[in-house]
Design a protein around this ligand. Structure first.
Ligand SMILES: Nc1nc2c(ncn2[C@@H]2O[C@H](COP(=O)(O)OP(=O)(O)OP(=O)(O)O)[C@@H](O)[C@H]2O)c(=O)[nH]1
Ligand SMILES: [Mg+2]
Length: 397
């Protein structure tokens, strides 16, 4: 919560917690705690109170009656961060939809309600959102935004179809600030020759999934997709609005969960897996990658070790091992195969798409014997072709 506040540009003065069998339906916190808050706000001259749960509109109103400052909830805070970060049209449309859906049930139809919202955290709207829009106009706007988003989603699906036809995809997912964008940048630098894109040390730095192509040593291409970071209790409106963006994860061939090994790795891994479950993506090949290993004294730390044994395919900060695991999963890793072919049979050339001949000689029976290095997938296709055995089979794998 403190991280989220800082991401929204707020400075955290104090953290107040309360343990209670049930929330007070009127003021969320109990009466004594509210009075304690009033005192704290007055003494510290704080200008904002953020509740780490979703508040009802009535609870916000009642709290603001006591407190000499604005009161917002976790959802509003996250919406605000997203509004600041959204860059592309799709990102902006998604955030605005989420903001308006959040706002809609909170409007009472009286102008006074709306004019109470001044500037500052939790009130920012992207684009031409005007907070004085009434309900009907908000609904009309929502319909328009939904249409626009559908059109963008169609474009995205077309682009994705085109990409999927050609190359397999790896999606980097994980808690916000885990290091996904940085990892993608290094991947591209190590494998694709592209420049490194440095991630920013701030929450929800990436809102728009960026796809970048890399290739294996043998030249087989694949795409690494960076995605929006997860956080626990991601507001429902946001999950809905960002569904088309998150869809990218569902279409990936392999998912790499990036975990900051030095920062609540267990809790963040659970949150990430829960979001993946929501996206029905848990049945995909998943590789858990423990990142920022340099920040933990022991390597790997005891909890990281336990998590790693729980989620078998984990790699500890070793990038080469990660690339290899991913490429093996995509069947793009190198294998060595020995083949026997007649001189006039040229089908073997398809085996070498992106591969190379390591050794060749003529055998006593007049056949060629060759040792080829190629991808597992090509070798597999070659084997199938041999089994099909048709002389005229000139399909290109
Ligand atoms: N010490 C250390 N810091 C790292 C490592 N990888 C990334 N970082 C830092 O962690 C911060 C966050 O990195 P990003 O790559 O932006 O993280 P992200 O997961 O893309 O974050 P969001 O897009 O906000 O979800 C940046 O300041 C990085 O420099 C690492 O291996 N070690
Ligand atoms: Mg990022």
């Amino acid at each position: 919560m403190e991280g989220l506040c800082e991401a929204a540009g707020a400075q955290v003065i104090a953290v107040v917690t309360q343990k209670r069998p049930a929330v007070d339906p009127r003021t969320f916190f109990g009466e004594g705690k509210v009075l304690e808050l009033v005192d704290l706000v007055e003494r510290s001259e704080a200008t904002l109170v953020v509740a780490d749960r979703e508040l009802s509109p009535a609870q916000v109103r009642n709290l603001e009656r006591y407190l000499p400052c604005r009161v917002i909830d976790r959802t509003q805070l996250i919406l605000d961060i997203f509004a600041r970060r959204a860059i592309t049209r799709e990102g902006r449309v998604q955030v605005e939809m989420a903001q308006l859906s959040y706002l809609l049930p909170r409007l009472t139809g009286r102008g006074a309600e709306m004019s109470r919202l001044g500037g500052g955290i939790g009130t920012r709207g992207p684009g031409e959102t005007k907070l004085e829009l009434d309900r009907r106009r908000i609904r009309t706007r929502l319909t328009g935004l939904r249409r626009e988003l559908e059109a963008i989603a169609r474009q995205r699906a077309t682009a994705r179809d085109k990409r999927l036809r050609d190359v397999p995809t790896v999606a980097l997912v994980g808690y916000t600030n885990a290091g996904k964008t940085t990892l993608q940048g290094r991947w591209v630098a190590d494998k694709g020759g592209g420049g490194v894109v440095g991630g920013e040390n701030r929450l929800f730095d990436t809102l728009d999934p960026a796809a970048r192509q890399v290739s294996t040593r043998l030249g087989h291409p694949y795409v690494v997709i960076d995605t929006v970071g997860f956080v626990e209790n991601l507001p429902h409106h946001l999950v809905e609005a960002f569904r088309s963006t998150l869809e990218e994860v569902r279409y990936a061939d392999v998912i790499v969960i990036v975990v900051d090994a030095g920062h609540a790795p267990g809790a963040h891994l659970m949150t990430t897996r829960r979001v993946l479950a929501d996206l029905s993506a848990l049945d995909k090949p998943i590789i858990t990658f423990f990142n920022k290993i340099d920040t933990v004294a022991e390597r790997p730390g005891p909890d990281v070790g336990a998590l790693a044994s729980l989620y078998g395919s984990a790699a500890h900060g070793n990038l080469e091992e990660l690339y290899q695991t991913v490429e093996r999963q995509l069947e793009l890793d190198e294998v060595r195969v020995t083949i026997h072919v007649r001189e006039d049979d040229t089908r073997w050339q398809s085996l070498l798409r992106g591969g190379r001949i390591e050794h060749a000689e003529t055998t006593a029976s007049g056949e060629w014997q060759m040792t080829a290095v190629t991808s597992r997938k090509q070798a597999h296709l070659w084997q199938q072709m041999q089994q099909d055995g048709s002389e005229h089979d000139n399909r290109h794998p």
